[in-house]
Write a new protein. Structure first.
Length: 250
């Protein structure tokens, strides 16, 4: 399987030629420090639908997403899942279990062919000890995410299904959106069931609300895509909670 971590033979600089902006936590590092970090990176190549790590698996280290998209999700009772967030190029995975050395509390799966860099836990912690500014930025990132998930808990208990779905679509468009002739494409093709997981509603409810918004000419639904035709109208449905986070867009 191509999704396994590459052999221990490490490239001189696996990030050479990368055009994507890397994680916020590495901003400001000197070229020498980043070159040092690159020596402990191990490349991974995954096809669509492959698992980066499983819920309950020992936390072996940190992952940097270089290309592609990945969802972080958690299994719930009854065999269902709850999507916690979507990640794009330059973002990191597995940071929440770096310091306690326990198991991953969620799972990560690719939404499209993806390339990642894996950094073993001890190598990363050793690097952080030499570059404490990375630890400070990691703490800042985790603090922001705590606020985001706190808002999301409030949203789930106090906001309507239509409002929650509208906010998910707006945040997806903000993070991954692409301007097209017919409007703003949200930039990621998600099955209706996965949209339902993100909005914490049923799949049937998502289908009904999408159909209603299409009839009101707020959305277009060509194939598996979702295009926002009237951005202001969709924004009018959503209370301005900040319930989604792309770390490099802060």
């Amino acid at each position: 399987m191509r999704g396994t971590v590459a052999s221990k033979q490490r490239q001189t600089n696996p990030c050479l030629g990368c055009q994507n902006r890397c994680s916020y936590i590495f901003q400001g590092l000197s070229p020498e420090a980043f070159a040092e970090l690159s020596t402990v990176m191990r490349p991974m190549q995954l096809d669509r639908g492959e698992t980066v790590f499983h819920e309950g698996m020992p936390a072996f280290g940190l992952y940097i997403l270089c290309q592609g998209k990945v969802k972080l999700a958690k299994h719930t009772r009854g065999g269902r899942s709850q999507i916690l967030k979507l990640l794009g190029p330059g973002e990191i995975l597995g940071e929440k279990t770096l310091f306690d050395g326990e198991t991953y509390t969620c799972y990560a799966k690719t939404l499209e062919p993806s390339r990642l860099m894996f950094i073993p836990r001890e190598d990363f912690l050793s690097f952080v000890r030499r570059h404490p500014e990375v630890a400070i930025r990691l703490i800042e990132k985790l603090s922001r995410e705590l606020k985001v998930f706190g808002d999301r808990l409030v949203e789930i208990t106090s906001r309507s299904a239509k409002e929650r779905l509208a906010r998910v679509l707006l945040e997806l468009a903000r993070a991954f959106g692409e301007e097209r002739e017919e409007g703003l494409d949200i930039g990621v093709e998600l099955p209706r069931a996965e949209l339902a997981e993100m909005a914490s509603v049923s799949t049937e409810t998502v289908i009904r609300i999408l159909s209603e918004l299409k009839e009101r000419d707020i959305l277009a639904l060509p194939g598996h895509r979702i295009v926002i035709k009237r951005l202001d109208a969709l924004q009018g449905l959503a209370h301005p909670f900040r319930t989604f986070l792309r770390e490099n867009l802060v």
